[in-house]
Design a protein around this ligand. Structure first.
Ligand SMILES: NC(=O)CC[C@H](N)C(=O)O
Length: 348
């Protein structure tokens, strides 16, 4: 019988090197994931944006097994208070981080209320294939069955995963990996708050990613937009459709500086007959009219319900009003041409 090959004379035995852990930066912005309540029974009554990032990381020791992490406190706010100025500041910070050789991925802790807007904004303007993963929670850290700790661990896992590269900005919550472009807050009181009509991209379970689909819309390195060249965003207003409307919400939005109006229309982005002249008039003054829908799912068809070609209006494709607002603002930094705007709404 042959035994193991004896080492060659002069060779030194070395232990196999431990695989280097991915280096992930956690950029904290506030929200419920950093929230604290008076009592463990307070799952919905608490103050958001209280716990600093280093404490969030220290509360999940398992993170150290998954990645080498460090935290940066960008803001400490509830996400409904995000303005364009903060969106731009955050995107520039993330853009600088992903350019560094010592950063493999970025996690952003955020409030759930507008995380879908921030996720889509970063998806459009940060030119990178490195994973950028949004994370949030529905229960504050002090609550029984708080969801933030596992969500954060999962987000770091995804941000450090090679197979998460080039998939656009992601959102990791409730074991699911959602596309930042598609995902939207659908339930305002349960940990299963986020949903995409096209389904999650994958799941993260016990430190492993499992993928089922990939985004086809332009994002990251395939996007024509770059935060490094954007210093401000134009005003875009959303007007919510219902029965018995009046023109003033549209006209006063424009008087307040809106360069585009997202019509969150009924059904397939329909417009009340008595409002059509108001919208045509605003378009003739240079305001972009973009038809989205107050219905959560589906997509608005061009020239269905209203003759968009004739009126020179744009349709928001499958983007809900708040996502359409983000894309319109980003697109208007580059073009004022409605045909270009429509092309962008098909491609992103
Ligand atoms: N679950 C949450 O994060 C909501 C808290 C708060 N309104 C925010 O969006 O920051």
């Amino acid at each position: 019988l042959e035994g193991p090959t004896p080492p060659k004379p002069g060779a030194t035995a070395t232990a196999p090197a431990a695989a280097a852990k991915p280096r992930v930066v956690i950029v904290a912005t506030g929200g419920t994931i950093a929230g604290a309540g008076a009592d463990a029974a307070n799952s919905a009554t608490y103050q958001a944006a209280k716990v600093p990032v280093d404490k969030l990381i220290a509360a999940v020791p398992a993170i150290a097994q998954v990645a080498e992490v460090r935290g940066e406190q960008a803001f400490q706010i509830a996400s409904e208070s995000f303005t364009n100025a903060q969106l731009i500041e955050l995107a520039k910070k993330v853009s600088a981080l992903v350019k560094r050789d010592d950063v493999d991925g970025v996690v952003i802790t955020h409030g759930t209320d507008t995380v879908e807007e921030t996720a889509y904004f970063l998806d459009l303007v940060v030119k990178t294939d490195k994973p950028i993963v949004m994370v949030a929670s529905m229960r504050p850290s002090t609550a029984i069955s708080a969801d933030g700790a596992l969500n954060l661990l999962d987000a770091v896992t995804v941000a450090g995963a090679k197979d998460a590269r080039a998939k656009g900005v992601l959102l990791t919550m409730n074991d699911e990996i959602q596309a930042g472009r598609d995902t939207t807050k659908r339930v305002n009181i349960k940990p299963s708050a986020f949903f995409s009509q096209w389904g999650p991209l994958g799941m993260v379970v016990e430190g492993k990613t499992y993928w089922f689909r990939a985004p086809v819309k332009r994002h990251g390195t395939t996007s024509e937009f770059d935060i490094d060249g954007i210093d401000s965003l134009p005003e875009v207003a959303i007007v919510y459709g219902s029965g018995n409307m009046h023109p003033e919400p549209y006209t006063s939005a424009v008087a307040g500086g809106a360069k585009a109006i997202i019509h969150a229309g009924t059904g397939n982005g329909s417009v009340a007959g008595y409002l059509v002249d108001t919208l045509k008039d605003l378009r003739s003054k240079g305001v972009q009219i973009i038809r989205s829908s107050r219905v959560g799912d589906g997509f608005v068809l061009r020239n269905a319900e209203q003759p968009d070609d004739k009126y020179d209006w744009v349709v928001a494709h499958d983007l809900n009003p708040q996502k359409a607002k983000i894309l319109a603002a980003v697109a208007l930094t580059k073009t004022q041409d409605s045909k270009e705007l429509q092309r962008i709404f098909w491609e992103y």
